[in-house]
Design a protein around this ligand. Structure first.
Ligand code: HEC
Length: 402
């Protein structure tokens, strides 16, 4: 019952998180696009530019002011709750998925870090991440965007390496995403909103707004625009075990992040010319290289298929042996009626009660338990390397069930 309630809590928070996240990122992408596509040849001296658009059957005419209109409109839309509610629901989801079951989902099997300490480090890193990033932005690096970007990247790489030392691959990835997400929402809360309040307040009071603030706000909002892409990958990364489950998972995360930032940069600059168009083929090449280096290694197949000169001859694995391994290490969760207390239904809908079911899902089983150590979750059942090799051999030999 408790497991079932937790699942519905997870469902509800995740649903909200995705919806408000789309609203935040959607608005953010839209305004960056707007800024990049403004027609700046306008007659009205007060305006920075304007833009015509058609959407949903209607024609829109948008105008951007250089600073502000002489009198403020009655209603001004602020776009801040999208960001705040994404962060709040994200932290709730982090708690529901990773912290309530920290021993299973958060901590790497065999790590000396206690679950409670892992939770404290996880939450603490969100705060520390913001302070480091904000300090970097206010340091002398603020005049050198490339160096600033490199310093930030170095910090995130260190963090992601550190997480991967004691967290499961999925949790390590997710925490990097949560740290970046916290930087982004911090930008909205501590930098962009105060700048906007200052601007609106000055216009209403008829005084000069501080010109440095909007500039700073725009810069941070640009940072957010670049950070969005790695964060979105991280949020869907739990579908891709060959990334987070890899031994070098933090390097792969760096590679994917660099690809996404380069592609974003091309799209952000292409209205001014094509000098970054190389980012597109480079991204394709980098993805191919990463797909190649993450190819799961095939364990020695049995005597039948590899007994050549100098090969070690190993006996083939019978269906009974394979079934017994899965029954011991997987079926407490992956069953029509799981005996594991944390699950009321089979996780991911996968049931391995019969040898036919096991065969049907052999490729996914292979990825999770032979090519990587993702399953059994938290290696709670203590599956040995020998058992993984045996299961792998049975699959490599064609997963015979007779
Ligand atoms: C303690 C419970 C538990 C045990 C034991 C367990 N699993 Fe899982 N498994 C899970 C959970 C939870 C998920 C869903 C993960 C997620 O949210 O994506 C899962 C997902 C999977 C998936 C789907 C992953 C994907 O995205 O394709 C496979 C395949 C899998 N497990 C195989 C195994 C195998 C093989 C074993 C035994 C060697 C095993 N599991 C043991 C809990 C368990």
């Amino acid at each position: 019952m408790e497991a079932h309630l937790l699942e519905w809590l997870n469902l509800t928070i995740r649903w909200v998180h995705v919806i408000v996240g789309i609203a935040w990122i959607g608005a953010s992408f839209y305004f960056v696009w707007l800024e990049n596509n403004l027609d700046r040849q306008v007659k009205n001296q007060e305006l920075a530019g304007e833009l015509w658009a058609i959407h949903g059957g209607g024609i829109y005419h948008l105008q951007k002011y250089k600073l502000a209109p002489t009198t403020m409109p009655k209603q001004l839309h602020w776009f801040k709750w999208e960001a705040y509610s994404t962060w709040i629901s994200g932290v709730l989801l982090l708690i529901t998925v990773y912290y309530l079951n920290a021993a299973t989902y958060l901590i790497l099997p065999g790590s000396p870090v206690a679950p409670a300490a892992g939770v404290a480090i996880g939450l603490g890193s969100l705060m520390i991440g913001w302070f480091v990033y904000d300090l970097l932005c206010k340091s002398s690096l603020r005049h050198q965007p490339i160096l600033l970007g490199l310093a930030l990247m170095l910090f995130l790489v260190l963090l992601s390496w550190g997480f991967s030392q004691f967290m499961t691959g999925r949790a390590a990835y997710l925490h990097v995403g949560a740290v970046i997400g916290t930087m982004m929402v911090g930008n909205v809360f501590f930098i962009i909103m105060p700048a906007q309040r200052n601007l609106v307040g000055a216009v209403e009071a008829g005084t000069e707004p501080d010109p440095a603030l909007p500039k700073n706000g725009l810069l941070r909002s640009r940072h957010n625009n670049y950070l969005t892409l790695p964060v979105i990958f991280i949020m869907i990364s739990s579908h891709f075990p060959s990334t987070y489950g890899h031994e070098w998972n933090w390097v792969i995360l760096l590679g994917l992040s660099l690809v996404s930032v380069a592609v974003r940069h091309y799209f952000n600059t292409r209205h001014n010319g094509q000098q970054f168009v190389w980012a597109l083929p480079a991204a394709v090449l980098a993805l191919l290289v990463m797909a190649y280096v993450t190819v799961p290694h095939i364990p020695g197949a049995s005597a039948k298929s590899t007994a050549g000169e100098g090969t070690e001859v190993v006996a083939s694995v019978t269906p009974e042996q394979a079934h017994a391994i899965v029954a011991t290490h997987c079926a407490s969760c992956h069953s029509a009626s799981p005996s594991h207390a944390a699950f009321s239904t089979a996780p991911a809908g996968l049931m391995f009660d019969s040898i036919e079911q096991i065969k049907r899902h052999k490729d996914r089983i292979y990825l999770q338990s032979v090519a990587s150590y993702i399953m059994p979750l938290g290696n709670s059942t203590g599956m040995t390397q020998d058992e993984r090799d045996q299961l792998g051999r049975w699959i490599a030999d064609g997963a015979n069930i007779k």
